[in-house]
Write a new protein. Structure first.
Length: 219
């Protein structure tokens, strides 16, 4: 009987020695299938190599996961390895969200966060994101009927922050971007000279959202 107890004790000791000090960490995979932009209801697809202006970060429990802050232009054709766990979230955004200064065109700003997800050992979690435009784009279109009659034409657009951009014929065809609150306002002033050499000026207000607008100047 004593020998049996000693034998069982030795087995228990060997089992304790062979057990690892800590439990091993399991891993799963994140497949970032696609990120697309959306503005005015139009969806702009991107390649698996993220647009040059977009940064991607992975968070868990509200904190940035170490080693998972991806610079603009990162290629996501390969799966991302993540430790098993819950409360993960992916964030994609334009890193420079400061508004341009007066006279500069600025750039569109996009941002999106995924729903919270969990990573299971050996499993693949697929994520697709649609990043809406957050700021307002404004362009001007000069009708030929207007430019044929008037000279010295200019359109000055002013935001609520008093930032302004002036557009003249020949300098249109692309958007100037403004940071505005939801349902904000822009004012624009049209200046020109008529055939009699008289200066004319008119100011209007445009209620805007996070979309792109084209102001058409015509008679």
């Amino acid at each position: 009987m004593i020998k049996i107890y000693i034998f069982l004790f030795l087995l228990a000791g060997l089992s304790a020695c062979s057990r690892p000090e800590g439990e091993s960490i399991g891993y799963g995979y994140l497949d970032l299938e696609e990120i697309v932009f959306t503005v005015d209801g139009e969806v702009i697809p991107l390649t698996r190599a993220v647009d040059a202006g977009l940064q991607v970060q992975i968070y868990q429990n509200g904190g940035l996961v170490e080693g998972h802050d991806y610079a603009p232009g990162t290629d996501f054709s390969k799966r991302i390895v993540l430790p098993v766990g819950e409360n993960y979230r992916v964030k994609a955004f334009t890193p420079d969200q400061t508004e341009a200064t007066t006279g500069e065109a600025g750039h569109p700003v996009y941002e999106v966060e995924s729903e919270i997800f969990r990573v299971s050992e050996g499993d693949i979690t697929a994520i697709s994101l649609v990043a809406p435009q957050l700021n307002v784009g404004v362009d001007v279109s000069f009708d030929e009927s207007f430019t044929a009659v008037f000279t010295d034409i200019s359109v000055t657009i002013v935001s609520e922050s008093t930032r302004s951009v002036t557009i003249v014929p020949g300098d249109e065809g692309f958007f100037r971007y403004f940071h505005l609150p939801v349902c904000g306002e822009l004012t624009y002033t049209v200046k020109c000279t008529n055939a009699d050499g008289e200066s004319m000026e008119e100011t209007k207000t445009l209620s805007v959202g996070a979309e792109n607008y084209t102001i058409r100047i015509s008679i």
